[in-house]
Design a protein around this ligand. Structure first.
Ligand code: HEC
Length: 109
């Protein structure tokens, strides 16, 4: 009895194989093109490398660039505050280029 059933079982499983193989792949990856609103995510323009590398971990570039214009001394104090009060990990050699960038973009005229 059991022996007689075996071929039927084999046939059934063979017949169901192509069904599985023909099923359309579920995990097919497709590239999409999305325009993200990134206009104020980075600091723009020349000399922005140091500030982009050090000042985007906690807030956006837009937040910094929308501050009032300050003297170079006040910007230096602001960068000091980020480093000492908020513990921003800024490399010492990046401080001067950051202050220069801020003073040239957002300095009092
Ligand atoms: C470790 C996190 C961190 C990093 C990195 C950081 N900041 Fe900030 N920053 C803060 C916090 C916290 C505030 C105050 C709270 C707020 O307004 O979000 C702030 C506020 C500011 C403000 C608004 C004025 C003020 O004093 O509140 C400016 C301008 C600013 N940061 C500039 C910078 C610049 C320039 C850098 C790079 C040198 C920098 N931040 C890196 C945490 C950070």
């Amino acid at each position: 009895m059991f022996r007689a059933l075996l071929p039927a079982v084999a046939l059934l499983s063979a017949a169901s194989m192509p069904l599985v193989a023909d099923a359309s792949p579920i995990s097919e990856l497709k590239s999409v093109k999305v325009d993200l609103p990134d206009s104020d995510r980075m600091f723009p323009g020349p000399g922005s490398d140091a500030i982009n590398n050090n000042c985007l971990a906690c807030h956006s570039a837009g937040m910094v660039l929308n501050q009032p214009e300050l003297s170079k001394q006040a910007w230096a104090a602001e960068v000091d505050k980020m480093i000492n009060t908020y513990k921003a990990p800024v490399a010492p050699e990046d401080v001067a280029p950051i202050v220069d960038y801020l003073a040239s973009r957002k300095g009092v005229k």
